[in-house]
Design a binder for this molecule. Sequence first.
Ligand code: ATR
Length: 280
Amino acid sequence: MINSETQLIALIGHPVIHSKSPQMHNVMFEKLGLNYRYIAFDVKKEQLEQAITGIKALNIRGLNVTIPHKVNVMRYLDEISSEAKEIGAVNTIVNQNGILIGYNTDGEGYVRSLIEETGVKLAGKMVLLLGAGGAARAIGVTLSKHSLKEIVIVNRDIEKAKELQRKLGKNIPSSVITTSQIKYFIDKIDIIINTTSVGMYPNTGESLIKQEWISSNHIISDIVYNPIVTQLILDGHQKGAKIHSGLGMFVYQGVIAFEKWTGITPDPRIMRETVLDLLT
Ligand code: ATR
């Protein structure tokens, strides 16, 4: 029941209409009997500052932040976690008695789901990271804390790839190659991660990795979850590789955010089923 003690969690972004986060969190609040509700607010770029001021005024307990505000929101916060600073973006905010603290749960969410779903031991592994945008930064920075052997970055815009390499290079060996060089490196790679939008609806059927390059020794991971089975995931499955679909990252970034707002760990399986029902 909503009453005067109900704590509000808000999503701010533009657009937010297709977000599955409200249902994913509200189902969990209800199952755990927590007096919280999650609502999505469509906030345009020019209204971001006003929105954040309003959050303090209304004492909203926490937020998720999505495109296009993940970077710009940082200037309005009181504190930012070291990981979010390193990634350069915030996707979760906790309102701690009027102090707004920004976190990034995307990278940790990704790594937690990868480990949970594939059982991989990251130490000593070679990673091929496809993409150098915001998602690649979050995943790359978090992965770079896990004693990997190397992260090899491929991106259409090579300057962006080099910029990410400089960032990751502080923690771990990291290199940049071109798409045409992938085939020469592929046998040394343990985990292939697609962080680009290639393969996302409506461009299903597209993949940056040819099926013939994939072997059963690879772990194939795609952050795209619309469709849940992308061309890359399908190719990986057909070649006998371990696969990790994008739904895991979405669910676990939510799990970690939920922990930060409530102090309680939700059941990832229930959250996953809720999102799956909405997608299928
Ligand atoms: P996100 O926050 O989801 O990572 P982003 O920062 O816009 O979004 O990054 C999108 C990524 O997908 C980039 O790496 C982009 O490559 P460029 O930096 O070269 O633009 C990549 N990407 C998008 N469409 C692509 C395509 N058709 N082929 C190859 N890479 C693509």
